[in-house]
Design a protein. Sequence first.
Lengths: 304, 267
Amino acid sequence: MQFFLEVLIGGLLSGVMYSLVALGFVLIFKASGVFNFAQGAMVFFAALSLVGCMEKGAPLWLAFILAFGIMTLLGIATEKFVLRKMVNQPPISLFMATIGLAFFIEGLAPLLWGNAVRRLDIGLVDEPIPWILEHWNMVISKFDLVAAGLALALVAVLALFFQYTRVGRALRAVADDHQAALSIGIPLQHIWALVWAVAGFVALVAGMLWGARNGVQFALTFTALKALPVLILGGFTSVPGAIVGGLIIGGTEKLAEIYIPPVMSGIFGGNFGGIEGWFPYVMALLFLLVRPEGLFGEKHIDRV
Amino acid sequence: MSAYLSVNNIEVIYDHVILVLKGVSLEVPQGKIVALLGANGAGKTTTLKAISNLLAAERGEVTKGDIQFKGKRVDQLTPNELVKSGVIQVMEGRHCFAHLTIEDNLLTGAYTRKPSRAELKRDLERVYTYFPRLKQRRSSQAGYTSGGEQQMCAIGRALMANPEMILLDEPSMGLAPQIVEEIFEIVRDLNQREKVSFLLAEQNTMVALRYADFGYILENGRVVMEGQAEELRNNEDVKEFYLGLSSQGRKSFRDVKHYRRRKRWLA
């Protein structure tokens, strides 16, 4: 039982890390109704900017602010050069534009900061918390716990922002209907620049945590793939959905990794390791059959 | 009657090649309801969008002429600036934000004003007094409300911006005659009590001319006729072509193609 709990908690905490990446997608999807293919590249770029600034001698907090500045500039530039022409165009055009953007960022990042794999030290170590180890005899990583706390705080703030503020409401309005939003005087350009900057901030937090754990390298762009099943489970349009989806994916993939292979080996023989690599996608696939809009996503409303 | 909103000889081209408006001029005096009439594709919506600066989103642009509101040129403003200066459009087909509640829809209308909480509440109540039906449905998602309610929501949302002038595009579209009547009554109410001026694009000539003070008739991107609503209603050409009446009274639809009158202005 204790082992089960340990696996579950470890899984849930790592799931929160997926949520963090998923959150970036949700933000852009909510404000422009498009799946932002470049989110993974943004995570990579943000982490690289952070490390780059630290290598130039800036302390972590300063480097974080600088990197956020860079991401904000990137957001504003994206609005100005990519999105502005795309108002009222079909979502597929916007989507294609984000694919282009992804390639652009993936090229820009090494150009600015070099392409070596870097270590990122944010003063957090991935080691068990002694107190829990002593009293409960469970290995719970300090790093995971802090990361989860950060992600939860971010989600809470963003969820409140979307639901209750003037700008949050405008964001949701823009997602529903660009032109109607324009017609009542919502300045699309500001809204989009803002939302890309916020998505950049989320990418920065995600990049910092993922980078600190796995090293800052090109593979960070693939974290986006891990966010996909989270999005499908939680719903593309829901901030809380991203966190719940992340928890479900994280928890089940770790449990599956531990408990399924022995059973399978017992029946079929052979080795069944590495289940966590594909298990989330199977979950997502099953979910698509049952509830395509996700747990908390918006239903598609059609008048007939 | 001072010129309040004036459109002077504008030409609109879509996609750099499609000439839609070929020199349209019109005027809306302060505090009046002006109807813009005409068949499908005559250029009514394009005219409204030219005024509200929404053409850019559809790859259209005003290539000649100018538009003035209260003596200032407004054709180069962004929609955001225009709404701030007091002109707002209610688009054809309502365009409510389907996933937002009715109340959230209304609140988005106040975006440009940055009102205080108390003001916001008062303005909401004001909209609800004109549209009591919206108050009942305030917490349902707009996408699940009826067509009439959505039209009310769209007008109410525009009202939240405290406009001096509303460009209302095809409010009768897809609605039952009774609801159309209800909506036009509210428009008249708003015009008289809140002193909001209206420029109203309509296909439903009969209803529009009953509520408007003045009318323009567009055809093929030109104004072909204009006059007091009363005059237009009694004009033989208008009766024949837009109201479906002729000098012999109501005609059968079977005969409607055999024009006795000709549209002389199309020559």
